[in-house]
Design a protein around this ligand. Structure first.
Ligand SMILES: Cc1cc2nc3c(=O)[nH]c(=O)nc-3n(C[C@H](O)[C@H](O)[C@H](O)COP(=O)(O)OP(=O)(O)OC[C@H]3O[C@@H](n4cnc5c(N)ncnc54)[C@H](O)[C@@H]3O)c2cc1C
Length: 419
């Protein structure tokens, strides 16, 4: 049997994509490697989820539950405890190899695939951190899982490197569980987390944030457990400034130093990758350079808000359905390029084959800008602009405009002007 759509990953993204495709009467199979659906939301027991989609604030598991309920009501097929280990193509179809607790190893064929596999955390090995290699240096997301899912307290005297949202949320979580949280160091001159998290997770608990600082030494005791760290201020080229050392006796260092989209399954498909997002390049329908292969959620771009994951993935599910219905014609595309002060844009292509859609572009700024003017050009022609009082790299921005009048032969460029 050939499935219409196989969705890989059962987090916020995979659930929303499956639901929208199923509502278009497609035969959908969702595959999730964990024993339950919900993805990373299951370990995010704090609130702050759903304000845009439901106009109410939920915890992560509550937000997931809303979608799981709808998913179950629609009687969508799914497999848990099942990992997709390989993705390949056979002419126009996809061969999905999975390893399942119940089924063992087997292949499934599908006409279309949606990747919703989330992202993974950068670890110590991916940054140069001098010093010993003791126990007690772990990623903030792993610590969150140990604490919130498994019930293990990972340490008593904690320092956090990186001010991404997971680090900030874990600073508060560890504090509330009785740990001493001595501070958060951030190498950039601004935080990489949402402003609300700086206020609610650090300021409200008097946890100091050391901007333009990084860890420059790690010390182990005789049991090879972390005993102390040194942080230092850095200059604009991120070099440590002498005589700015601060020493902290800690047993735990949590790393919140970035998330990277998980696209390991794309390895065999020669998908075009954007070095800026570290994920597949897509058109406005979330379709990769391989026809019928879609990607969304954190495996496409790291999102700060789950509501945007759900909205984006719901669109991807509809696109996969349009693809199967043969609604895509023409296939003439132009590039959408990041210009001044833009870190990345997604989609990277506008494909005129998908004429019925507005163009929704996500982007992040490369620096903090107050009084910003976001401009979209096609060649020399300014085709769209909007003012923003404040733009920070930590918050994903979006803009939407119709592209029906656009020139099909000239690329688009998006930039942010400081006004
Ligand atoms: C610590 C933290 C705090 C956050 N706080 C907030 C907040 O307060 N408010 C808010 O709106 N958003 C918040 N977010 C963001 C939001 O929760 C995420 O962006 C969103 O849940 C990501 O959904 P996803 O489906 O893309 O990824 P995930 O939830 O990671 O789902 C991916 C799923 O794919 C599965 N998978 C991966 N590979 C395979 C494979 N090969 N085979 C089978 N299954 C596979 C994984 O097991 C996983 O379940 C937070 C995120 C984190 C990490």
């Amino acid at each position: 049997m050939i499935r219409d759509i196989v969705v890989i990953g059962g987090g916020a993204s995979g659930l929303a994509a499956s639901i929208s495709a199923k509502k278009r009467n497609k035969d959908v199979l969702l595959i999730e490697r964990e024993e339950s659906l919900g993805g990373i939301l299951n370990q995010c027991i704090h609130n702050g989820f759903g304000l845009e989609v439901f106009k109410e604030e939920y915890t992560g598991p509550e937000y997931a539950h809303k979608f799981i309920e709808e998913f179950m009501d629609l009687k969508i097929d799914y497999l848990v405890n099942t990992t997709v280990i390989k993705l390949d193509k056979n002419n126009d179809d996809f061969i999905i190899t999975l390893s399942s607790k119940e089924l063992g190893i087997r292949n499934i064929t599908a006409r279309s695939v949606i990747i919703s596999s989330g992202c993974y955390e950068r670890t110590r090995g991916q940054i140069s951190m001098p010093g010993d290699r003791p126990n007690g240096v772990i990623t903030a997301g792993s610590a969150q899982r140990y604490l919130n899912i498994n019930g293990y307290m990972v340490g008593k005297k904690v320092f956090i490197l990186g001010s991404g949202d997971i680090g900030l949320i874990m600073a508060r979580r560890m504090y509330l569980e009785g740990a001493e949280v001595l501070g958060v160091a951030e190498i950039m001159p601004y935080s990489n987390g949402l402003n609300r998290n700086i206020v609610q997770c650090l300021n409200d608990f008097d946890i100091p944030l050391y901007l333009s600082h990084t860890v420059t030494n790690v010390e182990a005791d005789e049991d090879k457990r972390l005993s102390a760290i040194t942080i230092q201020q850095v200059d604009e080229r991120f070099n440590p400034i002498p005589n700015t050392e601060k020493h902290f006796e800690v047993d735990t260092l949590l790393l919140s130093i970035g998330l990277i989209p998980d696209i390991t399954l794309l390895d065999d498909l020669y998908v075009e990758v954007d070095p800026k997002t570290k994920s597949a390049k897509i058109n406005q329908a979330y379709e990769t350079s391989v026809k019928g292969l879609f990607i969304c959620g954190n495996s496409l771009q790291v999102h700060d808000l789950v509501d945007n994951v759900s909205k984006e993935s719901s669109r991807a599910g509809l696109s996969a359905s349009d693809y199967l219905d043969g609604l895509v014609t023409n296939r003439k595309k132009i590039a959408i390029n990041p210009g001044k002060n833009i870190l990345y844009v997604a989609p990277q292509y506008l494909d005129f084959g998908w004429v019925e859609k507005d163009l929704l572009v996500s982007y992040r700024s490369s620096k903090k800008i107050e009084k910003a003017l976001v401009k979209v050009y096609q060649g020399e022609k300014l085709i769209y602009q909007k003012r923003r009082a404040f733009i920070v790299p930590a918050e994903m921005e979006t803009l939407t405009f119709s592209y029906l009048e656009l020139d099909q032969n000239q690329d688009i460029m998006i930039e942010i002007e400081e006004v």
